[in-house]
Design a protein. Structure first.
Length: 251
């Protein structure tokens, strides 16, 4: 009698364990009854019919998919390695289970092929300078192809672009040449501005009064030096009256 009661308790426990399921807030259970889809349930307490119902859990949280580096030949025949990260979530659990065998694997493979295709259509300069445009293009293609699977691709980001060593050296030389060109342009602009200022100063100094003031200023600056002997010219206008006086006295 005791053994029979124990056996019944075990059967009841096994029945409850297989019939009662608890799903988290971010989970949904896709229920199949005798192989036929009856819909998704959850979150919370789910009661199944043992040996009749079968449930597959699906997470509705955002999935971060790391796309491994892909060998890409750009439109201008440069070989690079490009990797990316794809953000997506399941919005229809029923489609995610019945429309594709493994939606995680399928999305990963689709992301890799799309990444190679889109990056192969772009030139190297576009890969380096127009990442946002390529991100949106890849996202649109992935979202369109995964929509029948009940998946929504929310974002795609190109992570890293690895260039060959010879291309890195060529780009470094190009950047150095560009810096030299800018430096020469800036120097030439400075020379032009200096020449313009000198021309303006020469025009001002052509005035006799301004020239005389500049001469006096120069004398003041020379007088501050510690040299023992200073020789400077005098304007002829100052010397001429003395010369005339000396001629009269000599006569």
């Amino acid at each position: 009698m005791f053994n029979m009661s124990f056996f019944i308790v075990v059967l009841v426990f096994m029945f409850l364990a297989s019939a009662i399921k608890i799903l988290n807030e971010y989970e949904r259970g896709v229920i199949f009854r005798l192989g036929r889809l009856i819909g998704s349930k959850g979150p919370g307490l789910i009661i199944l019919i043992p040996l009749v119902d079968k449930m597959q859990k699906v997470s509705l949280r955002l999935v971060v998919l790391d796309v491994p580096p892909q060998d890409v030949i750009t439109r201008d025949n440069v070989s690079v390695k490009v990797n990316a990260v794809v953000y997506f979530r399941v919005i229809d659990p029923n489609k995610a289970i019945i429309e594709v065998d493994n939606y995680l694997y399928a999305t990963s493979q689709l992301s890799q092929t799309t990444l190679r295709s889109i990056c192969g259509e772009a030139a190297l300069d576009e890969l380096l300078s127009e990442r946002e445009k390529l991100n949106l293009k890849i996202q649109e293609i992935l979202d369109r192809h995964t929509d029948p699977w009940g998946i929504k691709v929310t974002n795609v980001e190109l992570k890293q672009i690895d260039l060959p060593d010879e291309m890195k050296r060529a780009m470094a030389k190009q950047a150095e040449a560009e810096r030299e060109r800018r430096a020469k342009v800036i120097h030439a602009e400075g020379e032009a501005q200096a020449a313009a200022k000198l021309a303006e100063a020469a025009e001002v100094m052509s005035n006799p009064v301004a020239l005389q003031l500049r001469y006096l200023q120069t004398l003041t600056e020379v007088a501050t030096e510690n040299s023992s002997t200073t020789i400077f010219p005098l304007p002829m206008e100052l010397i001429r009256p003395f010369m005339k006086l000396a001629d009269k006295m000599g006569a």
